[in-house]
Design a protein. Structure first.
Lengths: 332, 330
C-alpha cells in the first residue's frame, strides 16, 4: 500500500470518527436540565425584569432552541463544517473568542513542550547510563517531587513567593494595560517576563514523567543483545549509545507527539485558571459552567479534531521513524 | 609450534561483585587457541563459558565485573595482554572485530531492528577506518553472497525482522567475518536454530575456516555439535576447566566423572531404547563465594569424602594433550 492510499484511508476513518464524536459532544453538552434561555431568564428575573412567555419563546427561537434536538444538531454540525461556530452567550462570535486565545495557548504549550523534551530526554539518558549514581538519585528525587506536587499548588506557591519576595505580579501573560497595546519590543519583553513562570510550572510536572519513561525504556534497551553486538564490533560507547539504544528508547517519545496536539488546548486548565492565563482551557471551563453551548461544543470539537489529526500524525511520524511499524502496516 | 599460537588464556578469573557476594563466573581457566583450529568449550548453562568469551572480548558488564589473569593475543607486532587493556580504549576497540570477532546465540536480538543489516555490517568496516561507502557496500554484498544469502544486493537493505532465523545467523556471521578476524568466537551460534539450519550454519563455518584460516572458539552445550566441529575440547564446570583434550580423547577416553556423565547422557540410537536416559543428579550450583574444593564434588558419583571436598584438585596430564582435574588421577 502506498503512503497516499494509506493516508486517504486514515482520513476517511478520521472523518467518521469525528462525526460520531460531534454527535456525542453535542448531546452531552445538552444534557443538563434546562437550557441557556432558562439561565438568561432566571438572571433577568433576579434583576427584577419581567419576562413573558413570548419573550422566552422569542429568545429560544433566536438561539434555535425551539427546534427538536436532532434538527439542532444538524444545523450546528453543518454550520460548524462551514467554519461558522456561531454566537457565544456572551454576545461575541465564538470564532473571535477562540482566535483571541489560540495564539497564547499554542505559544505556551509548544514552548513548554520543547522545554520538557529538551530537559527530560538528556536527563533520562544520563540517569539510565549512570544508573544508581548520585546524579541518577538526584534527578530521580527531583523528578518525583515534580511528579508528586500538584501543578496548581506549585503555581500558587510561585505566585505567592514572587509577589512577597520581589513584589512581582506574575499572573496573566502581560502586565496590566500592556495587552491592548500594539506589538512592540517592549510588549514582547513583557510577554517573555510573564511566560517563564507558567512554563516552569508546566515543565516541572511534565518533565518528571518523561524522565522516568526515558530512563526506563533506555535501561531496557541498554540490556539488549544488539548493544553488546555493537560493542563487539569495536564501536565507541558513545557512538553506539546514540545510534542504537537511544534511538529505540525514543520510540514512545516520538509516538507521544500525536497525543500532544489535543493537550495543547486543555492540558493545563487548572494552572491556567490559577495563573490567570488567557488560554483556551479556562474559556472551555467557563463555557461549560455557563452552559454556553455554542462555545463549549466548538472548543470541544476543535480539540477532538486536533486529537484525531494528532493520532494520524503520530502514526505517520512513527512509521517513518521505525521500519518495524512501517512494514507491519504494509506502507512503503 | 609456538608460531601457531594465536591466543593464550592463563589463569583467567572473571568475578562479579553482587550484593549477595562474589560470583566467580570464571575461576582460573587456562587454554590455548591455535590458528586454523577449533577449540570447543562445552558445559551446562551457567558454567562460565559465555563469560569466558565475553572476557576475551572485554564486553562483560562494566560496573561490577573484575577480570584477572592473562589473555595473550599473539600478533606480528608481538603479544598483547587483553586483560591489561582499557576496555574502552582505542587499542581494545581496534582489536574487536579486526582480530577477534564474535557471533551470538540469538540472531534476532543481536541486530538492531531499526537499522538495515547492511548498515550494521558496513558499520564494522567504517569503525575500522574504511571511508569509501561504495566499496564497503560492494564488499558486504559479496560477503552476504559468500555466506549463502540469495539476492544479497536486495537483502543488504532489509531489516533483521524481514529475514528468517537462518538468514539472520548467516548475516551475523557475515558481520563477524567482514574484517577477516583471526579468531572467531561463536557463542552457541546454532542453539536458536532448527536442526537442518544448524547443519548448514556449521558447514558454512567450517568452509570459512578452511578459506580464511581463522581460529574458532566454539561455545556450546551440545556435545553432538562439539564432536562435529572441534579439534580440541575444554569441558567447563562452574567456572573451571575440568578436562581438556583433543576431540578424540574427550569422546573416546573421557577421564573426569563429569565428562563421563555428559557423554553417558547423550541418547544413542537403538542402544538406549526403552531405558531411561542417564542423567547427572542435582543441578549446577551458583558459584557465589565457592569453597576451594572440587566444584563437581556434590554431584559426583565417585565422590570421596575427605579428599574431594578439602581442596581443588590439580590439573594432571594423563596423555599428551589430555589433562584432567580430578583426585582420581592425582
Amino acid at each position: 500500500m502506498s503512503l497516499s492510499k494509506y493516508l486517504v484511508q486514515r482520513l476517511i476513518y478520521a472523518l467518521l470518527v469525528l462525526i460520531v464524536i460531534s454527535f456525542l459532544i453535542f448531546m452531552i453538552v445538552q444534557l443538563p436540565r434546562g437550557d441557556a434561555v432558562d439561565r438568561i431568564v432566571n438572571a433577568r428575573q433576579a434583576q427584577g425584569d419581567i419576562i413573558t412567555e413570548e419573550d422566552e419563546a422569542a429568545l429560544r427561537a433566536q438561539y434555535g432552541l425551539d427546534k427538536p434536538i436532532y434538527a439542532q444538531y444538524f444545523i450546528w454540525a453543518t454550520q460548524f463544517a462551514r467554519g461558522n461556530m456561531g454566537q457565544s452567550m456572551l454576545g461575541i462570535p465564538v470564532s473571535n473568542l477562540i482566535n483571541e486565545r489560540i495564539v497564547a495557548t499554542m505559544l505556551l504549550s509548544i514552548i513548554s513542550l520543547i522545554a520538557t523534551y529538551a530537559l527530560a530526554v538528556p536527563i533520562g539518558i544520563y540517569s539510565a547510563t549512570n544508573q544508581y549514581s548520585l546524579g541518577d538519585y538526584f534527578w530521580t528525587f527531583v523528578g518525583f517531587i515534580g511528579l508528586a506536587t500538584p501543578n496548581f499548588l506549585l503555581a500558587l506557591i510561585m505566585l505567592f513567593v514572587f509577589h512577597k519576595a520581589f513584589g512581582l505580579s506574575i499572573g496573566g501573560l502581560f502586565s496590566p494595560g500592556v495587552e491592548e497595546q500594539p506589538w512592540s519590543l517592549a510588549k514582547a519583553l513583557d510577554l517573555l517576563n510573564h511566560l517563564w513562570i507558567p512554563i516552569i510550572v508546566i515543565v516541572t510536572a511534565q518533565t518528571a514523567g518523561t524522565i522516568r519513561t526515558m530512563r526506563a525504556t533506555l535501561l531496557d534497551e541498554l540490556g539488549q543483545q544488539y548493544v553488546i553486538t555493537a560493542r563487539a564490533k569495536g564501536l565507541r560507547y558513545r557512538q553506539l549509545l546514540f545510534k542504537y539504544p537511544v534511538r529505540l528508547a525514543l520510540n514512545p517519545v516520538v509516538n507521544s507527539v500525536g497525543y500532544i496536539l489535543p493537550r495543547l488546548i486543555s492540558g493545563q486548565t487548572i494552572v491556567a485558571i490559577v495563573l490567570n492565563l488567557p488560554t483556551l482551557g479556562p474559556l472551555l471551563f467557563s463555557a461549560l459552567l455557563a452552559e454556553d453551548v455554542e462555545l463549549a461544543t466548538s472548543i470541544l470539537m476543535i480539540q477532538s479534531i486536533l486529537a484525531v489529526i494528532g493520532v494520524i500524525l503520530g502514526d505517520i511520524i512513527l512509521s517513518l521513524y521505525d521500519p518495524r511499524i512501517r512494514m507491519e502496516k504494509g506502507v512503503t | 609450534m609456538m608460531s601457531d599460537v594465536l591466543l593464550e588464556v592463563k589463569d583467567l578469573h572473571t568475578h562479579f561483585k553482587l550484593e549477595e557476594g562474589t560470583l566467580k563466573a570464571v575461576n582460573g581457566v587456562s587454554f590455548t587457541i591455535r590458528k586454523n583450529r577449533t577449540l570447543g568449550i562445552v558445559g551446562e548453562s551457567g558454567c562460565g563459558k559465555s563469560v569466558t568469551a565475553q572476557s576475551i572480548m572485554r564486553i562483560t558488564p562494566k560496573k561490577n565485573s573484575k577480570i584477572s589473569g592473562q589473555i595473550l593475543l599473539h600478533r606480528e607486532s608481538g603479544a598483547a595482554d587483553i586483560v591489561q587493556l582499557d576496555e574502552d580504549g582505542d587499542e581494545m576497540r581496534d582489536l574487536r572485530g579486526r582480530d577477534i570477532a564474535m557471533i551470538f546465540q540469538e540472531p534476532m536480538t543481536a541486530f538492531s531492528p531499526v537499522h538495515t543489516i547492511g548498515n550494521q555490517i558496513m558499520e564494522a568496516l567504517f569503525v575500522h577506518g574504511e571511508k569509501d561507502k561504495r566499496k564497503a557496500r560492494d564488499h558486504v554484498i559479496s560477503l552476504l553472497e559468500e555466506v549463502g544469502i540469495p539476492a544479497p544486493e536486495r537483502r543488504i537493505d532489509e531489516y533483521s525482522f524481514q529475514l528468517s532465523g537462518g538468514m539472520r545467523q548467516r548475516s551475523m556471521i557475515a558481520m563477524a567475518i567482514v574484517l577477516n578476524p583471526r579468531l572467531l568466537i561463536a557463542d552457541e551460534p546454532t542453539t536458536a536454530l532448527d536442526v537442518t539450519i544448524q547443519a548448514q550454519i556449521l558447514r558454512l563455518m567450517k568452509r570459512l575456516q578452511r578459506d580464511n584460516g581463522m581460529a574458532i572458539m566454539f561455545i556450546t552445550h551440545d556435545l553432538g555439535v562439539i564432536a562435529n566441529m572441534a579439534d580440541d575440547v575444554a569441558v567447563m564446570y562452574l567456572g573451571k576447566i575440568v578436562e581438556y583434550g583433543s576431540s578424540r580423547q574427550i569422546f573416546k577416553d573421557p577421564k573426569h566423572p563429569y565428562t563421563k556423565g555428559l557423554i553417558r547422557s547423550i541418547p544413542k540410537f537403538g542402544a538406549t531404547e526403552g531405558k531411561h536416559l542417564a542423567t547427572i543428579k542435582g543441578t549446577v550450583p551458583v558459584p557465589l563465594d565457592p569453597p576451594d574444593a572440587c566444584p563437581f564434588a556434590n554431584r559426583c558419583s565417585e565422590f570421596i569424602a575427605g579428599k574431594c571436598d578439602i581442596r581443588m584438585p590439580a590439573s594432571v596430564v594423563v596423555a599428551p594433550g589430555h589433562s584432567v582435574s580430578c583426585v582420581l588421577y592425582e
